[in-house]
Write a protein that binds this ligand. Sequence first.
Ligand SMILES: [Zn+2]
Length: 134
Amino acid sequence: MKRVTIKCPYCGAQAILRPASAVYGDAAKSKESHLYVCSRWPKCDAYVGAHKKDLSPMGTLANGDLRHKRILAHRTLDALWKSGLMKKWQAYVWLQAKLGLSSRQTHIAKFSELMCDQVIALCAQAMGTQRPAA
Ligand SMILES: [Zn+2]
């Protein structure tokens, strides 16, 4: 397992690898899942998931607002490839090109709120969400 030190971008405290149940309680999806949680949690509400295979962080720590934005961005991107406009991998390549990022950087768990907004806007554009008025 890779030992990584990551800091909370909100308060600067160190993030600690903890079982997801420490944060989610009984709502934790899996007993094996882990999170990097700000050491000032729950005062500082920032955390990010850890990869199951090597426990490396999936992205940067996020507070409630950013977590919400990332969920929305993911959902919008999923809707884009599920609409059949492109395949899942193509959607990521497309997003990568649109945002001018490398494939390593193109993970929504690493995105800021601003970037999530961009993802949502780009996907909406691509899907042509301007529906005719009912
Ligand atoms: Zn913090």
